[in-house]
Design a protein around this ligand. Structure first.
Ligand code: UT7
Length: 336
């Protein structure tokens, strides 16, 4: 039986820094509220007119990961792209990456699991490698939120949270079963699909013809909607559960965690988990202060930064965990 191992990591964020004070010029908000409720100080938003799109940023992150993995682009057997903000409604960005990287005719899968997208993508890649079907899989999480947020006071409960960016990993086959992805755990609860959602345009709600016909400037359905407190309460429960599930599957306890990389949803959520599992500041990586919540990109960006800063060492037990829209949630337990 083969195992899969992360052999390369990369990330890319746009240069344009948007501070909380910048947002307070657009809507009724302030730095103190945002920092106290979320931990966010600033985020990156693509500049209007920039060349960066979700797929372009994904390609930039992927190029770094490919180089660090020491492989050629033509060694990639499959592309897995997680995003909630694709360049086009269809096709998904996986094929755009395939074109941009000029990788023959490999398969490209698009993952639609929002904040849990990278873990879902990692899990898909892991299965293909463990069964022996593929040797190298490129997994990307990339998002552009800034183009689709309600930047008026009406949207402040959502729009101050989200940022743009991309992260990527190369997952490669290894025959060393003591290292790599030990297990992944995926869950969802569709009952709460509309608690954090963007419902239009959608074939089940309002498609483009309806929107054009109504031409209603007060229509909020093309902005993300979030029942913040309800999402928060579910997040802390599900994060804890899915981390424990992963640890128990591998006969480990919370004391085995060397590095926890939580999806960067809210610093208060990460702090709750840290306290619950009695982890030190060095055992939990947070960068939401700089980037906000970048949904599918948040874990690969954080994982790359933690690795670049020397905070992940060979032999470490690394835990990834995410929760978000769907609801969907998941974890991955990795022996580095
Ligand atoms: O990544 C996917 C998973 N996402 C999450 O896990 C996010 C979970 N939820 C959260 O992080 C938090 O619920 C938020 C950060 C979104 C909101 O924080 P909160 O402490 O739950 O605030 P709230 O929504 O209960 O709002 C409290 C007050 C309200 O005013 P009133 O009704 O008390 O007068 C809001 O109108 O804060 C007001 N408010 C704001 N004030 C200044 C909401 N947004 C803002 C804002 N600036 N940006």
């Amino acid at each position: 039986m083969y195992n899969s191992k992360i052999t390369g990591l990369g990330y890319y964020v746009p240069d344009n820094v948007v501070t909380n004070d910048d947002l307070s010029k657009l809507m009724d908000t302030n730095d103190a509220w945002i920092q106290e409720r979320t931990g966010i100080k600033e985020r990156r938003w693509v500049k209007p007119g920039s060349e960066d799109t979700t797929s372009v940023m994904g390609v930039k992150a992927a190029k770094v990961a490919i180089e660090r993995a020491g492989i050629d682009k033509d060694d990639i057997d499959l592309i897995v792209f997680a995003t909630l903000s694709p360049d086009f409604y269809f096709p998904g960005p996986g094929v755009q990456v395939q074109k941009a990287l000029d990788i023959k005719t490999v398969g490209a899968i698009d993952i639609r699991n929002q904040c849990s997208g990278f873990i879902y993508g990692l899990s898909v890649a892991d299965q293909f490698i463990k069964t022996g079907m593929y040797k190298n899989v490129l997994v990307i999480g990339s998002e552009i939120h800034s183009k689709g947020l309600d930047l008026t006071t009406r949207g402040r409960g959502v729009s101050v949270i989200f940022g743009d960016g991309a992260g990527a990993a190369i997952l490669s086959r290894t025959e060393d079963n003591s290292k790599g992805i030990l297990s992944t755990h995926l869950h969802s609860e569709g009952e709460h699909a509309e608690e954090l959602a963007l419902t239009a345009p959608g074939m089940g709600t309002r498609w483009v013809n309806d929107i054009l016909k109504d031409n209603d400037p007060n229509d909020e359905s093309y902005y993300p909607h979030m029942n913040g407190q309800f999402v928060f309460k579910n997040a802390v429960v599900r994060f804890s559960e899915v981390i424990m599930e992963g640890l128990s599957t591998n006969k480990l306890g919370p004391d085995a965690i060397d590095m926890l990389i939580p999806h960067q949803a809210n610093l208060r959520i990460s702090q709750f988990i840290q306290k619950k599992f009695k982890l030190t500041d060095d055992q939990v990586f947070n960068n939401i202060m700089k980037y906000g919540n970048t949904t599918a990109a948040s874990i690969p960006i954080a994982l790359t930064e933690a690795w670049e800063q020397g905070k992940i060492k060979e032999g470490d037990t690394v835990v990834l965990a995410a929760f978000g829209s769907g609801f969907t949630w998941g974890s991955a337990i990795i022996k580095w």
